[in-house]
Design a protein around this ligand. Structure first.
Ligand code: G3P
Ligand code: CA
Length: 271
């Protein structure tokens, strides 16, 4: 690709804050997402789990051990009120602890609605098997309530309003989204090229329009990104924190860079 292609990609690629500005602040907290907005991120990534009383919360792991003072408690066995008793902030900077409550998806949607500019959401549903569609159903209902529509990026839809796409490592979860709300673009996440062989041709599962490879795979198999793009798919790469990896993404013409360091990536893009 030419220098002009690289510079066009640098202007257009979406910078997506992975779990908020999560290199700087504790992941999935309101503070981390507020910082991502202040840093100029185009979109916010979050992982969604369901509590025992059916509330959607932004937590990555099955348990809250890594990111809170709540020990090895399992998110889906606690009510929202129980989760709210723990601190999801202090683990990140124990020397300068800033307590933070668990973040609900509703609070995140409220933040995006009040951002004063278009900020999109890249929402990943977790535990696709155990709850058989409950997360996807609740998520779609909440997006409807907030008037959020589907788009793969800022080029689509109302330029003033937030839009969302749904991501998963599970073709089954994405299939549920396609059935219930086909207007929401689906992003198929993968780390191993072998999973693509399960779907014939260059097709992605559940009619996903976006391929979401991990950066380790992109480094090893850049040709795969070219092939996916040639087959008409957007490519959104995670989690891209190193300058050389940002450069590789530009060279390959990806549509979104999902990063823990949105400001550093924007600086590198000259934006
Ligand atoms: O954005 C996709 C990426 O977040 C997938 O991996 O483990 O960070 O949820 P993970
Ligand atoms: Ca994720």
């Amino acid at each position: 690709r030419s220098a002009a292609d690289r510079s066009r990609t640098a202007d257009q690629v979406q910078v997506v804050a992975h779990r908020g500005s999560s290199a700087a602040l504790p992941e999935h907290t309101l503070a981390a997402y507020q910082r991502a907005l202040a840093e100029g991120a185009d979109a916010l990534e979050c992982d969604v789990r369901v509590t025992s009383d059916g509330q959607l919360v932004c937590v990555h792991d099955r348990t809250i051990a890594r990111v809170s003072d709540g020990g090895r408690r399992v998110v889906s066995t606690l009510t929202l009120e129980q989760l709210e008793a723990y601190d999801f902030g202090s683990w990140k900077h124990p020397e300068q602890p800033e307590p933070q409550p668990v973040l609900t998806l509703e609070q995140l949607l409220g933040l995006v609605a009040d951002a004063g500019r278009r900020v999109d959401l890249a929402i990943e549903t977790k535990h696709p098997v155990r709850f058989r569609g409950r997360v996807e159903a609740e998520l779609l209902a909440m997006l409807k309530r907030f008037g959020v529509e589907g788009a793969t990026g800022p080029g689509q839809g109302d330029p003033e309003r937030p839009h969302a796409r749904i991501m998963s490592f599970s073709g089954v979860a994405l299939g549920r989204v396609r059935k219930a709300a086909p207007a929401f673009p689906r992003v198929f996440l993968f780390e191993h090229p072998a999973v693509l062989r399960m779907w014939p041709g260059a097709g992605l599962p559940a009619g996903a329009v976006v391929a979401g490879p991990g950066i380790d795979l992109v480094r090893r198999r850049p040709g795969l990104v070219r092939a996916l793009r040639a087959a008409g798919h957007q490519v959104h790469v995670w989690t891209v924190d190193e300058p050389a990896d940002v450069e590789l993404c530009l060279e390959l013409g990806v549509s979104a860079i999902i990063t823990n360091r949105p400001r550093a990536v924007l600086d590198q893009l000259g934006r």
